[in-house]
Design a protein. Structure first.
Length: 327
């Protein structure tokens, strides 16, 4: 009995030790271990640049690793599904795009996550305004010319995008709706092929980011008709806006954001919001993002939640009226 009693006491002490260690770990200041930052795209793209810029600065600010985990595929749904099934403890973040949040639920019959149920919004991070660019042989010199030509010959003017149901495609569909015109959408497998087709004269127009087309505009291989925005971009004052052509309220671009798992403690969500905004405010990050055509835009988690609801409704309306479906 004495041996049994001694064994029991030892087991009890061991159990208490494990429990105390677990409590100490749970009480440790966040983050007490590396944080996984899921990017639902392959390495090397603009989403990767944004995520790595944020992760690097957050690591410096918090003294902990923020590890990029590229999980591309299925229109961002593979990575988003991983984040949706993660523990609600703040140790998994997701770089979510407008595709993830506002487009996928509208164009796919089965989406493995529910935006409003599975995620806690932290903050938007960047906005990426698109431009309408043309091959030099295109007859129109402005968006006003484009609209006039399209009204004269509905469905005859083609524009390229990275693919069906891409944010570029949605921007094009919104342009058609607001201008009362009909264009011919040509989907390509990526932004690069879409731009190449326009540079080669295969497709007269492309909707893309200014950073990708600007070098070609400088050499005369392409002509930028306008930013898809109400006003001119402050960093590119010589480029007109679609608002100048009478398209008031037209906002053709996309945005990236950071989410975490729903149920994550509000204090951790608030800390992540503060640290991400702090990272984006550094001169190094601002200069890097501006160089590729991004506008830094942030908000509180509450404001971002309202923005998500509004954007989902806006995109759903465009997709429904345009008949956009996934490939």
């Amino acid at each position: 009995m004495k041996k049994f009693h001694a064994f029991s006491v030892a087991g009890l002490m061991l159990a208490l030790g494990y429990n105390a260690a677990a409590q100490a770990q749970s009480a440790a200041p966040y983050p007490a271990r590396p944080v996984r930052f899921i990017v639902p795209y392959p390495p090397g793209g603009t989403t990767d640049i944004v995520a790595r810029g944020i992760a690097g600065k957050m690591g410096e600010r918090l003294g902990q690793q923020f590890v990029i985990d590229n999980r591309g595929g299925a229109s961002t749904m593979i990575g988003a599904d991983l984040a949706a099934k993660s523990a609600p403890d703040g140790y998994t973040m997701l770089l979510a795009t407008q595709t993830t949040i506002s487009i996928n639920p509208q164009v796919f019959k089965q989406v493995p996550y529910d935006v409003m149920r599975d995620f806690a919004p932290i903050t938007p991070v960047v906005y990426f305004p698109y431009v309408i660019a043309a091959h030099p042989s295109f007859q129109g010199k402005s968006v006003a010319d484009l609209i006039a030509l399209a009204k004269a010959k509905p469905g005859s003017i083609a524009y390229g995008t990275p693919g069906t149901a891409s944010t570029n495609h949605v921007a094009g569909a919104l342009l058609e709706n607001m201008a009362g015109i009909k264009l011919l959408h040509i989907p390509f497998k990526g932004a690069g092929p879409a731009l190449t087709a326009t540079l080669g004269g295969e497709v007269p127009l492309v909707i893309t980011g200014i950073a990708t087309v600007l070098p070609h505009a400088k050499t005369g291989r392409a002509r930028i008709l306008a930013f898809c925005a109400e006003k001119r971009h402050p960093n590119f004052p010589d480029v007109p806006s679609t608002g100048e052509a009478g398209l008031k309220g037209y906002d053709g671009g996309t945005w990236f954001s950071v989410l975490t798992r729903a149920g994550t403690p509000p204090a951790i969500v608030g800390m992540l919001n503060k640290e991400i905004i702090g990272a984006l405010a550094t001169q190094e990050v601002k200069e890097r993002f501006t160089a590729i055509g991004f506008d830094i835009r942030t908000s509180t988690p509450e404001e971002f939640a309202r923005f998500i609801r509004d954007d989902m409704a806006r995109v759903a309306k465009v997709i429904k009226s345009s008949g956009i479906t996934a490939e």
